[in-house]
Design a protein around this ligand. Structure first.
Ligand SMILES: [Zn+2]
Length: 255
């Protein structure tokens, strides 16, 4: 955790500082070492929030893009009393979860059900092949631009180009294929597909997935402005028209 309660205030870990966990109220210790980012850890190894993942630099960088008051917010289910820490919760009550580690479908679903109004931002660099697959989809025209507005892209039939654990999400999933710069990597070596965030929209049916491309800065501004709202009716109409037009062109021999 980035924050613990010290004298009832959210504080970042500093050497020697002691605090309480905002979820279970148990003592936590400040860990300020050389190799890991500064964080708070429970005295016992088991963390009270089973959904908690150890933060990577990537995770922390994303979190720090947003105001401190929105970071690590305790969310409680009124019926069950279940508590979890949301990475970011905006003024508009939208939750943003950053996911680096592997996640089971079961856990993904329970988190989506718990937070409801949420989006995922997923580290697309954890497995190297995820980005190369994604890139192939563009090379083979399996992902194609359906509308310049927004802009929207379509992926048809073969979904193996996308990380499979996210395919059936019922909330928007944004893939970040940029990750952190490798020591040996130069900025200009970077692929242009890595720079934007690729948002897989929920729904789309059995044969189609829709992706919306976001400029990073714009996305952050949108979230800071309260959240992102997609008009799925308009999106579906646009996509259907684009596919019809594409099919027509194909029928007359234009590709
Ligand atoms: Zn705890």
């Amino acid at each position: 955790m980035k924050f613990a309660l010290v004298d009832n205030k959210k504080k970042e870990a500093e050497k020697g500082l002691k605090g309480l966990c905002p979820i279970c109220q148990q003592p936590v210790i400040a860990k300020c070492g050389k190799y890991k980012i500064n964080h708070w850890a429970h005295k016992s190894l088991k963390h009270c929030d089973s959904w908690w993942e150890n933060e990577t630099e990537w995770h922390r960088q994303w979190k720090n893009t947003f105001p401190v008051e929105w970071q690590e917010i305790v969310a409680i289910d009124e019926n069950s009393g279940e508590k979890h820490i949301a990475d970011i919760k905006t003024n508009g009550d939208m939750v943003v979860e950053f996911q680096h580690s592997n996640i089971s479908e079961e856990e993904r679903i329970s988190r989506e059900n718990f937070y409801r109004n949420m989006i995922w931002i997923v580290d697309g660099t954890r497995r190297k092949r995820d980005f190369s697959h994604f890139k192939e989809a563009f090379l083979y025209n399996s992902i194609w631009l359906a509308s310049q507005n927004d802009p929207l892209y379509v992926l048809e039939t073969d979904f193996s180009y996308l990380p499979k654990e996210w395919l059936n999400s019922r909330v928007p999933v944004l893939f970040d294929f940029k990750g952190l710069l490798d020591k040996n990597e130069k900025e200009y070596d970077r692929d242009s597909l890595r720079e934007p965030l690729w948002c897989l929209l929920p729904g789309g049916g059995n044969n189609i997935k829709v992706l919306c491309k976001f400029n990073r800065k714009t996305l952050v501004e949108l979230i800071q402005g309260g959240g992102i709202i997609f008009n799925y009716d308009v999106i579906n109409n646009t996509i259907n028209q684009a596919i019809q037009y594409r099919n027509l062109r194909r029928r007359y021999g234009y590709y």
